[in-house]
Design a protein. Structure first.
Length: 377
């Protein structure tokens, strides 16, 4: 019974530490959604250049989406002609440097860690994109090399067939429900004025719906680690810094969790003795290289792109994690309150609101309204 009570208290501590910042971040995200034009990003990412990679990274910083909803956006950018490097940079920078994730990171780990996380994530995104574009250029050079086979009748027939197949797309290229309906076209073309109601609906409706399930899982796992992870076992692992890095990396890579939802797990592990550098590795590799994201990268960009994506992120996450522990080892990073008495009315209201929103969206997922379509959202 005591352990159950301790689990509940730890859950509430984690919820209390991040709720007010997440709620504020979602509000700002909704405002940004109203201010940023729909085609602003896609119109700048078409070229296979350094500039497009940098733009994809920078544009991803203020964009109000989490790591759960960035995947369809990245797919849309690719279909609109964005380079592979731009898409990969966008996939990395957008969820980690979202306004809700930044504020929630600050709530747990303070200003220094938050700034380090944002800057390093931007650098990782740019480096991955540049390497991808460099490899892609080499691949294109190989493809463009002249060959005698290119002048055979079979090659001409193959080229004509390819051209016809491109001009007559199959049903596989028509995955979006909006491709044949006019409702989404009219919505896309209509220029909407600023609406506070729409901003709130997007922030606390659409955006929070994407992260509700993973956020609850993150809070539960964080409370479980804090309550039930034996201190002696945790000490054995966390005493070996390099081993901790690789164990955390292996665990984080396939784990499907949003950039915000991974924060309570990292905070709980740090309460058990894990270093801030290892927490950085978890918070970088987890949201960027989840099993779902890797699957999408493989299908959308190919095997080579997936290898580049996972390998470079893993190496750079380890490097930056080591750098943080090397230079900020004595810094008091974790700012989570150990005392529930330090909570105030604003934090309590934010925690209650976030818990209600989680329950509401989980209920909506379990029992969706009949007759809803993709255009209704």
């Amino acid at each position: 019974m005591e352990l159950i009570l301790e689990f509940v208290l730890n859950f509430l501590k984690l919820l209390d530490a991040m709720s007010i910042y997440v709620m504020l971040g979602l509000f700002i995200a909704g405002i940004l959604k109203q201010l940023i034009p729909e085609d602003f990003i896609s119109s700048h990412l078409g070229t296979n250049s350094t500039t497009s990679v940098v733009k994809a990274t920078i544009f991803g910083i203020p964009l109000p989406v989490c790591s759960c909803s960035v995947i369809p956006l990245a797919q849309g950018l690719k279909k609109e002609g964005a380079s592979k490097g731009s898409v990969q940079s966008f996939l990395i920078s957008t969820p980690i440097t979202g306004v809700d994730s930044i504020l929630a990171t600050f709530s747990f780990f303070g200003l220094i860690f938050t700034i380090f996380r944002v800057i390093s994530s931007v650098l990782i995104a740019i480096i991955v994109g540049l390497i991808q574009n460099f490899v892609e250029k080499d691949e294109k050079k190989v493809e463009l090399k002249p060959s005698f086979k290119a002048f055979t009748p079979n090659a001409v027939f193959s080229a004509n067939t390819t051209f016809k197949s491109q001009t007559n797309p199959t049903s596989e290229n028509k995955e979006s429900c909006c491709s044949s309906s006019s409702c989404c076209d009219s919505l896309a073309k209509s220029k909407k004025s600023f609406s506070l109601k729409s901003a709130l609906s997007y922030g606390y409706g659409t955006l929070f719906s994407d992260m509700a399930k993973s956020l609850l899982i993150g809070l539960i796992l964080g409370a479980l680690f804090t309550t039930f992870l034996p201190q002696e076992y945790a000490k054995l692992l966390f005493d070996n810094q390099i081993l901790t890095y690789f164990v955390i990396l292996i665990v984080a890579i396939p784990l499907y969790t949003c950039a915000t939802a991974s924060l309570p797990i990292a905070a709980a592990l740090m309460l058990q003795g894990m270093s801030a550098g290892a927490a950085f590795i978890f918070l970088t590799a987890g949201p960027a290289t989840s099993a779902v994201t890797m699957s999408v990268v493989y299908k959308m960009l190919g095997k080579t792109s997936l290898i580049i994506y996972v390998t470079v992120i893993s190496i750079l996450a380890l490097v930056f994690g080591f750098i943080f522990d090397l230079y900020f080892q004595n810094l008091e990073v974790l700012s989570i309150s150990h005392d529930m008495d330090e909570s105030n009315i604003f934090k309590s209201l934010a925690s209650l609101s976030m818990l209600i929103l989680i329950i509401y969206h989980l209920y909506r997922m379990k029992f969706p309204k009949k007759g809803t379509t993709c255009c209704s959202n």
